[in-house]
Structures are given as structure tokens and as C-alpha cells.
Write a protein that binds this ligand. Sequence first.
Ligand code: SER
Length: 593
Amino acid sequence: MKITSQEFRKAFIDFYVSKGHALIPSASLIPENDPTVLFTTAGMHPLVPYLQGEPHPLGKRLCSVQKCVRTGDIDEVGDKSHCTFFEMLGNWSLGDYGKKEAIAFSYEFLTKVLKLDQNKLAFTVFEGDENAPRDDEAIAYWQSHGIRRDQIFTLPRKNNWWGPAGLTGPCGTDTEMFIVGDQDKCCEECDPSCDCGKYLEIWNEVFMQYDKQTDGTFIPLKQKNVDGGMGFERTLAILNGYDSVYDTDLFRPAIELIESLANVKYGDNEETDKAIRIVADHIRTATFIMGDQKGVLPSNVDQGYVVRRLIRRATRYARTLGFEGEKLVELATLYIEEYKEIYPELLENKEKVETELLKEIEKFQKTLVQGLNELEKVLKFVKDGVLNGKTAFRLYDTFGFPIEMTIELAKEKGFSVDMEGYKAAEEKHKAQSKAGAEQKFAGGLADHQVETTNLHTAAHLMLAALRKLFGDDTNQRGSNITAERLRFDFNCDHKMTDEELKFVEDYVNEAIDSKVDVVMEEMPIEKAREIGATGIFNNKYGDVVKVYTIGDYSKEICGGPHAKNTGDLGHFEIIKEQSSASGVRRIKAVLKG
Ligand code: SER
């Protein structure tokens, strides 16, 4: 069938809205309340608190088109299927309908809306193990719609158990849906877990019935949820009969622009095609991260480092295609045009995206050629096939080559990189620049870092006060700190009274007057939970977290940085308390002298 990206998004949303689901806007790509993961990786990610039982303001049936970024496979990008940015079409029942309706909805959408031949579909369900029985219900529900038993496969946990997203939290068995593609590709005894290309996965409905505990056991969730997710790009390609997401209308205009910039033809040569796909993917992702509602610019840390890597890698590939990196700004502009209706934040941030992208490219272009020459030169002297770590670090420090790029370049020439040596050189450099920064600080040359750091520490104290006041299910819903003030959103069902505001101010000022040290410890997430640190525990991707303890006043998981002692903070004052969203209040506060 032929279906455009616009039509497909609309068909999905219209369908679920017609079934009583409220459309929720895409959350930011930068996760709220989750310092251990850099990006939103699935449609359900922003919904974890609601999957755990907190009521959602828009009800129990939701659907969305969510922006997602997964960077785990960044080096695979260049082939026909990998993307670092993708959209996920999602549908949820928060303790509302169950398996039967979820399957009925999926069946109806696939066969009536998308008009797929039901004989060309295949399904998988959980085969059962010591934690949960075989999902005979799901088999029966599919069969009730006329699906033959031989179209339904039972597979182990590896295939038909989803989540939790991190170490603990909502998870359960799932049923996955496939389009049966090219029969010729099939290896005889194949099932949908085989990647021969016969079965093309399009959709996953997870039946979230369990809450995985820190000790590895599964207890029933407070409410049973359905969490459906469909990879947009991939399914769009499959529906249109393309064997690559890069053939869809989401990428065609971008590829045509690259063709004209580079004066090459997509499809002519595998090497060129790979470079085109890398450029198309990376600039799309960088545009979305920089143009996000919580946009992040290129830097050397966290999300900023990912943006930097994407832009620099795209710049290098633009060069192999024979055009200057600066031209990539045109590509960002094209993506903003393409997506501006669905993600209006891109248009709002257009100027920032274009300016900052250009800046980053220009910075890198200046050193790119020199760096490449340097690498060429040093590789000539490498005897054992391993580029030493010190040189790799110099390429980063002097020429701005992200280490991953050096590894990639070295690999292309048959070399590897001594990563231990690289890390040692990096540590040494960090220690030296830390000493430098401290000196600068002592000399009174510090920038606004001190103000924002102090406000950040005050925000921790404030959250602790709010939890004392309103209970432990009070959580941060957002935060924004400038050198002048802090802005902090949290769940609360009423306008705060003057007494309540005074309680918060007094609590924070008492902590400040007590001049207590702010102590940071790194520990496994389980330990952080045990010692009662605040933070969202059920959606963790990393296993070691930083816990900041402020005397008996606050204990919170956080990436930092923080003031060394509360005595450095000054006087805390709330200047405004207002509504931010339904069930969410916002406080603005300052620290005075
Ligand atoms: N959470 C599931 C997934 O990411 C379904 O939405 O596939």
C-alpha cells in the first residue's frame, strides 16, 4: 500500500481517539526526573509514574506520537535500517481495558484501517516460565478474530517479555505483531524471532502486570496496564513495501538535498549511500535535540556530547561526499520545515538550531583536515596495530575528534585504539584542568556557575521541605535554573497557602543557617533506594548513581554539581507560587546575598 507519513500518524491517532484515548503531546527528548539516562527512549518512558498508579490528568486511555532517541547503535547508522532518532506511536490503558480489548483494537487497526490481509500477519506471545504462565489468553483472543493457530508463535522471555525499562519497575509479557514479508527470504523452520527477513516486526503491545523488585522478584502491579508501541519509521517503510526507512517520505527530501549538495546519486554506490544515510540521520537527530523544548547544545558532557558527536560525524561524512560541512545547516532547515507542524518547538527554536549548528560545524571544520592529516601521519608509525591512547587523546583535545570518531577512522584503516591509555590521558588532563578551574575560582573569575550551583542545592532542600509537607509522593516535575532564580515544578493538587510557603522557606533557611556540608556518594541504585534517597527508581538504565546528602535535610539522586556547604547559599526566598499544569504547581525562588 502507499501511505504517507502524515496519513499514517493521523490514521493511528484518529483510530485510538475514536476508541476513547486522549492524545497527549510528545514529551521532551530530555527525560524529566531521570538523571541516569540521557534521552527519552520509548513512548512509555514519560509515563512511568502513571503506569505505577498515579492518576493521569487526561484519563486512563492515552495515545501519543513520541520523539525518541536511542544512541546505543550509533555506529550501526549508515545501513538501511538504523536511525538514532525515531518516533513511536503509542497507546495506553492505565488500569483500564486489558488484553482482550488491546488485541481487538490492534486487530481492527491492522485489518480495517491499514487494510492488511490477515493471512499475511503473524503474532508472537509469551511461552511461559517460572515467573509467569504461557499466555493462552492472548492466543485465544487472536484466534477469536479468525487468526489461525499456526500464525501464532509462542516464544521465550527473550522475545516476549518487555521491560522493565531499567532495573526495577513495570514490565510484563507482550504480544508482537509481524507482517509476513518475502517468503523466499525464509530459512525453512523459521519463526518471527529469526532475522532472515521473512517476518517484519511492526508493533508491540505489552501487558504490564508486574513490578520488578530490587531483589529480582516480581510482584503484581497495583494496576494492570497496556503499553503499546509501534516504531513509526520502520512500520511506515514496511507498509509501503520499502526495504529501508531511508526510502520513506520522511527522508526522501533530505536525501535529494544531499544528492544536490554532493553531486552524487543515492543508490549508485554502497559507500556513498552509507555516507548519505549517516548525514541524513545525524543531522535530523541533532536538529531534534537542539530544537527540543528543553533543547541541548553541543558540549563535552551528557546530551551535549551526543549532539557534538552527531554533528562532527556528519561533518566528516559530508566531507567524504565532497561538500563543506556548513551546507548541513540547509539540511537542518529542511527538517524543521518538514516536522514543524507536528513538533512546533522546532520552529520556535529554528534560529538557535541553525546558528548553533553552524557554529559547531565551523569550529570543527577548522581542525578537521589538520586532524585527519595528523592521524594519517601517526598511523604510519604504529607497529602493533594499536594507536596509543595519548595520541587519541591529543586528537580529541587539539583537533576536537570525539574518541568514537578516532576509533572509527582507525578501524577503517585496520587499527584499533588503546582505550586504557586514552582514559589515563583523559584523567590526567581532567586533574590538571580542575586545578586550573579552582585557581580561577579563587581569583574571583568564576562565571555564573556559583549562582546556579547554589540554586540547584536550594532546589534539593526545597523538594525535601515539600515532601515533609505533602508526603513522599511529591516529586519534581520539572526544573529550570538561571543565575538569577530557580523555577521548580512539582505535583500538588492545590494552591499553596501562606503557611505552607512559609514552612518551605523556613525549612530551607534553617538548613542554610546550620551550615551543613553537602556530601556526594556514588552507589548502586538499589543502595540509594535502601537509604531512602529521593529520585525515580523504576526507570533506571544505569546502575550506579550519585546521591547528594545535605545533613538530615535532604538525600537525593542527582548528577550535580552542588554547593560544598549550605552556608554558601545566602537567604532563600520564594517569590512566586502558581499553577503550571493540571495537578502541577510551580515555585520561583531566589537566594539573596
Ligand atoms: N514499551 C514497549 C516498547 O518500547 C511498547 O511500547 O516496545
